[in-house]
Design a protein around this ligand. Structure first.
Ligand code: AMP
Ligand code: MG
Length: 343
């Protein structure tokens, strides 16, 4: 792998021009989006896209999302655009929604990992949009973290993982949503939710009627099963600390954690719980505010490691609405280790 002196760019127009030029030359640039930071390359340049997998240590069979700035860019990337895709784009683009569509011949195999479909998203972040427009190419961009660990929501997170491995990072501040986009497969008659995110199942159903939810959203895949979304079969979002997800009341959670205090034990909790805990506590959001939990969860997972916590008990978010996206990430961070309190 090449070694880079990774440049830290701002979101000023002259730096956006630098980022766009690097991307056109086939280099990798981390960019802010409203979900998490993405590690971008020209989506139509196969060798450039292949470098994303090297820099992240990402398995080659895990396909990437292609980011566009305008609706007109979608047709050349896809074989057909079903009515459901048009309706969802009308309702939620630009925004944190990725759609799986049948791909056109222009999509390099590196992007789609050999599948017959391609994932497409139109981000709303003004800096992401400006970079796509200035580069003149659709951008393939997975989250800009080393594979398997929590996604980056600040430029500092990106540098911690990617310094020396990529050409540049554009600093656009903290990501607003904080978890990756909702992924929905609209290449089939009944849309299927593959990954929950900022656009909730309820919001999708308002536009397209009943959807299916892939079992892998809330369950570990059986050994040998084929993943509808290849990313779901890998260890994911995991800090060095061992995470256990605790299901129960808020009082039950605090009592359980205090009963298990000891060396290296910590809590990944809600803000309201921190004062009652007798172990180092890292709050990841407010109890009844799943959007605040989504915004904070990846930074909090990284903070556990900075504090040297070895075992963290995590308060379980709600399993519907925006909570489902947070629950999905924490289940994977916990490698599906869940304790249900007997209260
Ligand atoms: P990341 O960008 O790191 O959040 O990862 C992109 C996610 O989208 C992964 O979970 C991929 O498995 C999923 N994805 C990308 N392309 C496809 C596709 N064609 N079909 C199903 N899932 C996809
Ligand atoms: Mg990722």
């Amino acid at each position: 792998m090449d070694f880079y002196t990774t440049r830290l760019l701002t979101d000023a127009p002259e730096d956006i021009t630098v980022a766009a030029t690097l991307l056109r030359e086939g280099e990798l640039v981390a960019i802010p989006t409203e979900t998490v930071y993405g590690l971008a390359a020209d989506a139509l340049n196969g060798p450039a896209v292949a470098r994303i997998f090297q820099a992240k240590g990402r398995p080659m069979d895990n396909p990437l999302i292609v980011h566009v700035a305008d609706w007109d860019e979608v047709a050349p990337l896809t074989a057909e655009i079903p009515e459901n895709a048009r309706k969802l784009a009308q309702a939620y683009w630009p925004g944190p929604l990725t759609m799986i569509l049948k791909k056109s011949a222009r999509i390099p195999d590196e992007v789609s990992a050999g599948l017959s479909t391609v994932a497409v998203r139109m981000p709303s972040h003004p800096v992401a949009r400006a970079i796509i427009k200035a580069s003149g190419c659709p951008l393939a961009a997975p989250s800009a973290n080393r594979s398997g660990i929590p996604s980056p929501t600040t430029a500092a997170h990106v540098l911690a993982d990617m310094d020396g491995r990529i050409a540049a990072v554009v600093d656009g501040g903290e990501c607003r949503v904080g978890v990756e986009s909702t992924v929905v497969d609209v290449s089939q008659p009944v849309p299927r939710l593959l990954r929950p995110g900022g656009i909730t199942p309820e919001m999708l159903e308002e536009v397209v009627g009943l959807i299916e939810i892939d079992p892998a959203v809330t369950h570990a895949l059986d050994e040998g099963a084929v993943a509808a979304s290849p990313g779901m079969k890998y260890k994911h979002y995991a800090p060095k600390a061992t995470i256990l997800l605790i299901k129960g009341t808020s009082e039950g959670y605090v009592a359980y954690v205090n009963a298990h205090r000891g060396d290296g034990v910590g809590a990944l909790c809600f803000e309201e719980q921190a004062a009652g805990l007798q172990v180092p506590a890292v709050p990841y959001g407010r109890q009844d505010d799943p959007a605040s939990q989504a915004h904070g969860v990846f930074d909090a997972l990284r903070r556990l490691d900075e504090l040297g916590i070895q075992t963290a008990y995590a308060a379980c978010p709600a399993e519907d609405g925006m909570g489902l996206a947070v629950y999905n990430r924490l289940l994977r961070a916990a490698a599906f280790q869940v304790v249900t309190l007997n209260e």
